[in-house]
Write a protein that binds this ligand. Structure first.
Ligand SMILES: *[C@@H]1O[C@H](CO)[C@@H](O)[C@H](O)[C@H]1NC(C)=O
Ligand SMILES: *[C@@H]1O[C@H](CO)[C@@H](O)[C@H](O)[C@H]1NC(C)=O
Ligand SMILES: *[C@@H]1O[C@H](CO)[C@@H](O)[C@H](O)[C@H]1NC(C)=O
Ligand SMILES: *[C@@H]1O[C@H](CO)[C@@H](O)[C@H](O)[C@H]1NC(C)=O
Ligand SMILES: *[C@@H]1O[C@H](CO)[C@@H](O)[C@H](O)[C@H]1NC(C)=O
Ligand SMILES: CC(=O)N[C@H]1CO[C@H](CO)[C@@H](O)[C@@H]1O
Ligand SMILES: [Zn+2]
Length: 663
């Protein structure tokens, strides 16, 4: 999908054309020695705030070697349509930014990595902060350097919707969820007679269906951070980046920012904002709504940005927009709040939230009892929250985790599920929204462990959490109908990327366990005619609390299970039976530090050789497009095949967040 950034090919740079298809890049989205961020192909919502970063690179050695002295006298102008290219300071009424200089290193390829010969690059750079373009149209941002070399970024400001269709937006993200997983979940949770399902998933029954392409800006596989950036800002970015483009400087906080849908909703409408996730709350998918850093691992900064803003973190990088303290934050991740752990400055960050007027709660009992008047922070566990299967079917697995969100070392045995969190969040947002112009709310609700359990090849737990997401969507629709808000609410359900998971047959787990060789164990797999029928929907199983239907399996460990595989896996063993002792650990590190079969995992199974580099302990994301389902006002726009960034524009248009007066 990438196009060369310029029409006037760099005569002066001659041989310095770098293939961008390689493993390592000098700087993503900057194929030439002059870099403009936002780069070529960027699209903006009218009035959306963004920073600009300009860099001129002078490699000291390697295949693009120069004299090593970056041009500090580069110029930058903006052309609107067919008009003249106006100096950027004048165009944006900005003052001349200060020149910055730094040096970075990168490996050109795997040979250079093995030989430990990095290429060294000297950089001259400038940054403009918090600009916006309010007039729809085309723009060419032109960086001229090295005596005539040019990098051109073609930008488009889309024509915004002027009429607000949706009062509320409920945005569900099934992290890592693919159609193959939805199909598998349907198979185990919904009864079928002679090939016909007797009930369907809620996702199967949505009004509009689309597909979105999840690629990163500079690689074709994405992670949850840069796909969150695409979904929430309408801008592609780089792996690990939240609400920024990635520049080459060292600090993870000075990268050029872009305004998110949550910030726009707060700034433009002033509506109520909710963030719900079953992950630790500083994880990428929730963090992407309010954070601006190229390193998703900056957890303390991420929770600080929930409460305050990016300017609070470093006033040098002025950013006049923020989530303004969301009305609801529910999830795991107590380690970023408990004093002395990973909290900001090691302080008690629960107290910091309380000081800003938050009601702070820690378990499902408190969640159910909570009023709807106050801003509410619900942190229900250390790290990721417990999986649906362990909360509902195999509750013994909650014991001994020592993951109480209070940090007292006890077990978090009273955790709410995604459904309980989402319904309570709706009630709080509903109560806290303003009257008149500022009415309405925006909520993102994430089923995080579809992804987390697919990573560890624990397919059952991933599908359990997928079914919980489906149950949450169903319950949310019912609840919105009950409170009279269904017709006012745009509901969008999608994923941020996929995993290479699919079901290819059935397995006789009893026969498999009884065989003594790997090759004979594989005989237990039934393909085509021998795949059989779903053993999960027919009779109750032998585990406690196993009657978990409707819309869930009535048993999780039938003799005849589904046989599933993964497109990208470490060495591991398969039994095709559920892990009854809690989430799976498929591979562990050997004495040389590389990953192989975990000796304790699936001991009755056969070995499947890995397809990934041996430093990967888990499965990884895959290329597939992911589905989008939508109901409610503005939902028709979600039909068809489009890019991840279009989701941002479709939601922004349903809320009429684009403004041509620039304010
Ligand atoms: C570039 O120079 C640095 C510093 O002298 C050196 O460590 C590195 O190996 C060189 N890289 C290449 C590709 O020659
Ligand atoms: C803010 O950023 C500037 C520029 O990178 C840096 O010099 C300064 O130390 C930062 N301040 C804090 C408090 O991190
Ligand atoms: C950032 O948060 C601080 C602390 O609440 C506040 O004083 C400041 O005005 C905020 N700045 C912006 C630009 O929102
Ligand atoms: C951390 O401490 C520094 C220095 O005391 C202070 O400027 C900063 O605001 C604190 N950050 C948070 C998130 O409390
Ligand atoms: C829920 O949290 C409250 C307050 O921390 C505590 O008193 C109560 O015992 C907890 N309930 C359960 C069931 O864990
Ligand atoms: C709680 C529950 O429903 N347990 C059932 C699980 O399945 C066994 C075997 O069918 C039943 O005996 C239990 O009552
Ligand atoms: Zn993932």
């Amino acid at each position: 999908m990438r196009r060369s950034a310029t029409t006037a090919t760099a005569l002066l740079l001659g041989a310095a054309t770098l293939a961008s298809a390689q493993t390592y890049q000098r700087l993503g989205a900057c194929p030439k020695l002059g870099c403009v961020f936002p780069p070529d192909q960027t699209e903006f919502l009218a009035g959306q705030l963004f920073d600009i970063r300009l860099e001129v690179h002078a490699p000291v050695n390697g295949s693009e070697a120069t004299n090593g002295v970056p041009d500090e006298k580069f110029t930058f102008c903006i052309q609107n349509g067919k008009g003249p290219c106006e100096d950027a300071n004048k165009f944006f009424k900005a003052k001349e930014p200060t020149l910055e200089k730094w040096t970075f290193q990168y490996y050109e390829d795997l040979f250079a990595r093995d030989a430990k010969t990095p290429t060294v690059v000297n950089v001259a750079a400038k940054a403009y902060r918090a600009l916006s373009l309010s007039q729809p149209g085309t723009y060419a941002a032109k960086l001229t350097y090295n005596g005539g070399g040019q990098t051109v970024a073609n930008w488009v400001v889309r024509k915004p919707a002027t009429h607000r269709k949706a009062k509320n937006v409920l945005f569900f993200i099934g992290d890592g969820m693919t159609q193959a997983m939805i199909t598998a979940a349907r198979l185990i949770a919904h009864k079928s007679i002679n090939g016909k399902y007797q009930s369907l998933m809620q996702m199967d029954q949505m009004d509009n269906l689309g597909h979105q392409m999840t690629h990163s800006i500079d690689s074709f596989i994405t992670d949850s951070a840069n796909s969150a950036t695409a979904l929430y800002t309408g801008k592609k970015s780089t792996v690990n980046a939240l609400g920024v483009y990635v520049d080459s400087s060292k600090t993870p906080f000075d990268d050029p920012k872009v305004e998110t849908i949550a910030e726009l909703f707060r700034r433009r409408i002033g509506g109520a904002l909710g963030i719900v996730s079953t992950a630790y709350i500083a994880d990428a998918t929730p963090a992407g709504l309010c954070s601006h850093t190229r390193d998703r691992g900056q957890y303390a900064s991420i929770v600080t940005e929930y409460l305050y803003n990016a300017t609070f973190l470093n006033s040098t990088f002025a950013w006049p927009t923020s989530c303004q303290g969301p009305d609801v934050i529910f999830g795991g991740g107590a380690e970023q709040f408990i004093a002395g752990k990973g909290s900001p400055n090691g302080t008690d960050f629960y107290k910091a939230f309380q000081a800003q007027g938050y009601n702070v709660i820690h378990n499902n009992t408190e969640l159910q009892a909570a009023g709807t008047k106050d801003k509410t922070l619900g942190i229900f566990s250390v790290s990721n929250m417990a999986k649906w299967i362990d909360r509902n079917v195999m509750r013994d697995n909650l014991k001994g985790m020592k993951d109480s969100p209070t940090g007292d070392g006890t077990d978090a045995t009273d955790q709410p599920g995604l459904k309980e969190m989402t319904i309570k969040a709706i009630d709080i947002l509903q109560a806290r929204q303003k009257k008149g112009k500022g009415e309405g709310w925006f909520m993102m609700s994430e089923a995080a462990s579809i992804d987390k359990m697919m990573h560890v090849l624990d397919y059952d737990r991933a599908l359990g959490d997928l079914l919980e997401l489906d149950d949450t969507i169903r319950a949310s629709i019912d609840h919105l109908k009950k409170i009279g808000e269904y017709k006012n609410t745009l509901i969008v359900v999608t994923a941020d990327h996929g995993h290479g998971f699919d079901v290819f047959g059935g397995a006789d787990t009893k026969y498999l366990a009884a065989q003594s060789t790997d090759r004979k164990k594989r005989d237990a797999v039934g393909v085509y005619a021998n795949s059989g029928l779903s053993g999960y929907t027919t009779s109750p199983g032998s585990l406690p609390n196993n009657q978990t239907g409707p819309n869930f399996p009535v048993q999780w460990n039938p003799r005849y299970t589904y046989a599933a595989g993964f497109g990208a896996n470490p060495d591991h063993r398969e039994t095709y039976a559920i892990n009854t002792k809690g989430p799976r650990v498929p591979a562990t590190a050997g004495t040389d530090g590389t990953y192989g079969v975990n000796p304790a995992d699936n001991q009755a199974g056969f070995t499947v050789e890995g397809t990934l580099p041996t430093d990967e302990s888990q499965g990884v994301h895959s290329l597939t497009d992911v589905s989008v389902f939508a109901n409610g006002p503005g939902a028709e726009a979600f039909k068809g095949v489009y890019n991840s960034i279009d989701i941002f524009f479709k939601i922004a248009d349903a809320l009429a967040l684009g403004r041509t007066d620039g304010h």
